[in-house]
Design a protein around this ligand. Structure first.
Ligand SMILES: [Zn+2]
Length: 481
């Protein structure tokens, strides 16, 4: 098993994780500039305005969409949502922060507590959370080869969600398993794209070591902005090793912010860690307290509010769908809405679950949703009444999804008339009659040649026939003949 440190040293590593993820929104956290992923950009400083550049006299206004998305995550993680939370100024001077302060949350964050179950080494673990809060990202600061520093403020003011865990991890592999679970969850709930490689999910571990068997928490250090699992592993190991060596040589560890030097494989101090006092936090006088109304909570999803585990359980037990499908559907607001509404229309639960976790999931990866559950319901209805075959139904739903047309319009356009209208057996007989050589091959034992006939039937029926049953029907007719 992968261990952070050599067990023979008698030291244990204690790790807590702070994760920052860019919330998927149309606009920035406190202004109406488009919020774009930094990697999508070509032109620097294109999306800026007086608010996100911190001009005097401008007023920030929190982004409702960001609040709702953050609430969705908080509900999902079972965190205690503060009915009233407060935006605070975190004061420090740095060129990537034009206001001279970052608007974050401090005393009263959006949500506190909660937990995230995850799997590691075939065992279920539970990471306890400290808090979830909203804040804004800083601009990007680059250094050119000649030493000039340049700034791109496109990222300045983009909404971030910060998720802080308890120091519950003892091994980098555990951290990775947790982060992987969190990343998947952020993506499934559509809270964030959570792509570490493009920097819209970043991780800052805080690390301390203690004699194995002890429960004390010694002085911790924090490593800034790690954006891959591999770097995280190496950085945590290097920092734990550094601390162990300090203690073993009779020295002590000082609270500090560290940076991981990839080339040298060591952690180096960036600055002695500011304490909260150094940031002189105070409530932002420009933004009233954030009051979480019932309407906001409803927007964040009644499905998530009802315990997601209960929902999964109920779907698996009462609806009779597989636990795997239930988990996929329960985790996702869009999938669950489609599932619920199509089932309500009287369609078979298992059939709906198959479509939602299959076709719909596949299409959602291709293009954002603009189809109503009612359209899927109509397709399922036509499938049930044999007005459409299964391949036709899939094709119709895909066309509806991609074009935004209605079910009726698509069916008419494609002139699909369903299984009943296609005399499959007749088509098969025609194809058999037209291909005597292939028929002879099949009867001589080359059964694979039947695929040629299946292909011909598919062509004649414009994809209307089901390949599997066509194959069976052809073989039956040939054996009989
Ligand atoms: Zn702006």
């Amino acid at each position: 098993m992968f261990m952070a440190i050599d067990v023979t040293t008698g030291w244990e590593t204690v790790i807590g994780l702070e994760v920052h993820a860019q919330i998927t929104t149309d606009t920035k956290m406190y202004c109406s500039c488009p919020s774009v992923n930094s990697t999508e950009l070509t032109e620097a400083n294109r999306y800026v305005c007086p608010v996100c550049l911190g001009h005097p006299g401008t007023l920030p206004r929190p982004n409702r969409q960001a609040v709702v998305r953050a609430l969705t995550l908080a509900l999902k993680l079972g965190s205690q949502i503060n009915e009233r939370s407060v935006f605070a100024r975190k004061n420090y001077f740095y060129p990537d922060l034009p206001k001279g302060y970052q608007i974050s949350q401090y005393d009263l964050p959006l949500a506190e507590g909660g937990e995230l179950p995850y799997w590691h080494n075939n065992a279920k673990h539970t990471a306890r959370l400290v808090r979830i809060h909203l804040e804004e990202d800083t601009a990007r600061l680059f250094h050119l080869d000649d030493g000039t520093a340049v700034l791109d403020y496109n990222r300045g003011g983009v909404p971030l969600i910060e998720i802080v865990s308890q120091p519950d991890f003892h091994d980098p592999a555990e951290c990775v398993a947790y982060l992987d679970e969190l990343r998947g969850l952020l993506q499934r709930l559509r809270v964030s794209e959570a792509a570490m490689e493009s920097g819209n999910m970043r991780c800052e571990p805080n690390i301390s070591v203690r004699p194995r068997g002890s429960t004390e928490l010694r002085t911790k250090t924090e490593i800034k902005n790690l954006n891959s699992f591999a770097t995280l592993r190496r950085a945590v190991e290097a920092e734990a090793q550094r601390q162990i060596e300090l203690y073993e040589s009779g020295q002590t560890v000082h609270q500090a912010t560290m940076r991981y030097d990839e080339a040298r494989g060591i952690t180096v101090p960036m600055r002695v860690k500011e304490t909260a006092d150094d940031y002189r936090y105070f409530d932002d006088p420009d933004i009233p307290p954030l009051v979480i109304t019932k309407r906001l909570l409803d927007s964040a999803g009644e499905d998530v509010r009802a315990s997601i585990f209960e929902l999964r359980q109920m779907m698996a037990e009462e609806d009779g769908i597989s636990h795997e499908m239930a988990a996929t559907i329960a985790d996702d607001r869009i999938l669950h809405r489609f599932y619920r509404l199509c089932c309500k229309d009287g369609h078979d639960n298992r059939e709906v679950a198959k479509w939602v976790t299959g076709e719909l999931v596949r299409l959602l990866r291709e293009k954002p949703l603009r189809t109503e559950p009612g359209e899927l319901s109509k397709v399922l209805g036509k499938l049930k009444s044999n007005e459409l075959t299964l391949p036709q139904a899939r094709d119709v739903f895909e066309t509806i999804y991609l074009t935004g047309k209605t079910c009726e319009a698509v069916v008419q356009e494609k002139q699909y008339s369903g299984a009943d209208a296609i005399p499959l057996e007749q088509v098969c007989r025609e194809v058999i009659a037209a291909n005597p050589q292939i028929v002879a091959d099949i009867q001589a034992g080359k059964t694979n040649a039947v695929q040629v006939l299946v292909g011909a039937v598919m062509k004649k029926t414009r994809g209307g026939a089901d390949p599997q049953s066509t194959r069976q029907l052809l073989l039956r007719l040939l054996n009989a003949g």
